[in-house]
Design a protein around this ligand. Structure first.
Ligand code: CMC
Length: 422
């Protein structure tokens, strides 16, 4: 028997019964009752804005799966480019498919010289790399006259490969510019993660990417590749629903990610730990959070109310990295903060647990990334998720241009008053 829900409009006595499928019912039921009736749902707390077959997330059980495969198995056995293929194409690649995909991505890592010499050079010397990254992604689209051919499957696939391949190059370029260092060209002989680290940190001919660190980078990229309908992905879908090109839509998604409540949280975590400064200050800091004087950054999640499976994997990856780089001095403060918060009634009652950003910043710092690069590091792999959602949206016959309704709470009609009479 199908589950159903029956809604009665008490004003008219009219009733409508609709099926519940997978815990969801169509809001079209409301329009059947009264076409001028809308649900008020700020921040989409109870609204599914799309049907999606990309990522499954069960916040209560701490489950995250890409195309059905648990994140733990992917982090353990796969590579970022293989995961990117899985997300974008829907299936794991065969050996030949993987080789071709890796070759395609590797051969699109270069960016036009004008991007570096004229576009990036125009920024102020201390520009935030994420601000540079967002604008560089939007600008990149202007270099391809086929960027707007989003309904041509081959053309869209080409833009996807270009974006996946070029985001690390752009990210590294922004960093090198901010440091006043010469740009390092992509190296086709290196893996995705190795190439990125090489473009970031190579100084002189002797630089060799440490394989443990390259692996950690790859795992971090896998963990951040997609996270269903979060703020950035929603921005990607909303902008894509207007049929904007993938570069513009990716820039919009990256802009959402920049916010401190979203991808900017890892940066905020390190700043918070630095400010706490010593484990003896942890209890006072936790009290100040409970008194409403700020948030415990890296804690809490809209969906995960038990634990964030990414946080568990990242904590382990952090120790692998620290074996090579030595311990991040902020780690002790983080561990103490985690211990105090997890035993405190305030956090227990609100189901606040460490999220992916609580430890990722510490790894990034140990790898040598400056704090203001952290959100850029999140944006590189998430570009894969964003583009996957864009493709899904464009193929979804039920989707139209996004256009939510509002609950108007302003003035009724009133006359204009000339300035002299106000
Ligand atoms: N520190 C202290 N209190 C918190 C925190 C926190 N980090 N997060 C939530 N709360 C409190 C909040 O004040 C509220 O308390 P009350 O019921 O007394 O008003 C209660 O917990 C419920 O919080 P909420 O604001 O309704 O939760 P939300 O689902 O709207 O927000 C969140 C989720 C992630 C924005 C929020 O937990 C937060 O701001 N965390 C810190 C920032 C952070 O770490 N963000 C990274 C998220 S993971 C990366 C990603 O996927 O983007």
């Amino acid at each position: 028997m199908t589950d159903t829900i029956t809604i009665t409009d008490d004003r008219t006595g009219k009733t409508v019964t609709v099926p519940i499928t997978g815990g969801v019912f169509s809001s079209a039921a409301l329009r059947e009752l009264d076409p001028s009736l809308f649900m008020y749902d700020p921040a989409y707390l109870s609204t599914a804005s799309c049907a999606s077959s990309i990522t499954y997330l069960d916040g209560d059980a701490g489950i995250l799966r890409y195309r059905g495969i648990p994140i733990e198995q992917l982090a353990e056995n796969s590579t970022f480019l293989e995961v990117a293929y899985l997300l974008i194409k829907g299936e794991l690649p065969t050996t030949q498919e993987l080789e071709k995909w890796e070759l395609d991505v590797t051969h699109h890592t270069m960016i036009h010289e004008n991007m570096r010499k004229r576009f990036v050079d125009g920024f102020h010397y201390d520009a935030h790399p994420m601000g540079m990254f967002i604008s560089a992604i939007a600008a990149l689209g202007t270099f391809y006259d086929d960027a707007k051919d989003i309904f041509d499957k081959d053309s869209l696939e080409k833009q996807v490969v270009r974006l996946v391949a070029k985001v690390p190059t752009i990210a590294a370029m922004c960093y090198r510019f901010s440091q006043g260092l010469p740009f390092v060209s992509p190296n086709n002989a290196l893996s995705y993660g190795e190439n990125f680290l090489n473009m970031m940190f190579k100084i002189g001919d002797d630089y060799k990417v440490n394989p443990v660190l390259a692996h950690a980078m790859d795992v971090l990229f896998i963990l951040h590749a997609d996270h269903e309908q979060n703020c950035g992905t929603t921005a990607m879908r909303v902008v894509s629903s207007a049929n904007s090109d993938p570069y513009t839509a990716t820039a919009a998604a990256a802009a959402a990610l920049y916010g401190p409540l979203h991808g900017g949280a890892n940066e905020a975590v390190v700043r918070m730990l630095t400010e706490i400064g010593d484990i003896k200050n942890v209890p006072a800091f936790v009290e100040s959070v409970k008194a409403g004087e700020g948030k415990l950054m890296g804690f809490g999640h809209r969906v995960y109310k038990n634990f964030d499976p990414r946080a568990t994997i990242i904590k382990k990856a952090a120790y692998d990295v620290f074996e090579v780089t030595g311990k991040n001095p902020l780690l002790e403060i983080a561990l103490e903060l985690e211990k105090v918060a997890l035993n405190d009634e305030y956090f227990i009652k609100r189901k606040l647990y460490p999220n992916v950003d609580f430890y990722s910043g510490l790894i990034y710092q140990a790898l040598g990334f400056p704090v203001d690069m952290f959100t850029v590091l999140f944006a590189i792999p998430r570009t894969v998720g964003w583009l996957t959602h864009m493709q899904e949206l464009l193929n979804d016959k039920e989707q139209k241009i996004s256009r939510p309704r509002q609950w108007y709470t302003g003035h009724d009609e009133r006359p204009y008053v000339p300035v002299a009479k106000r």
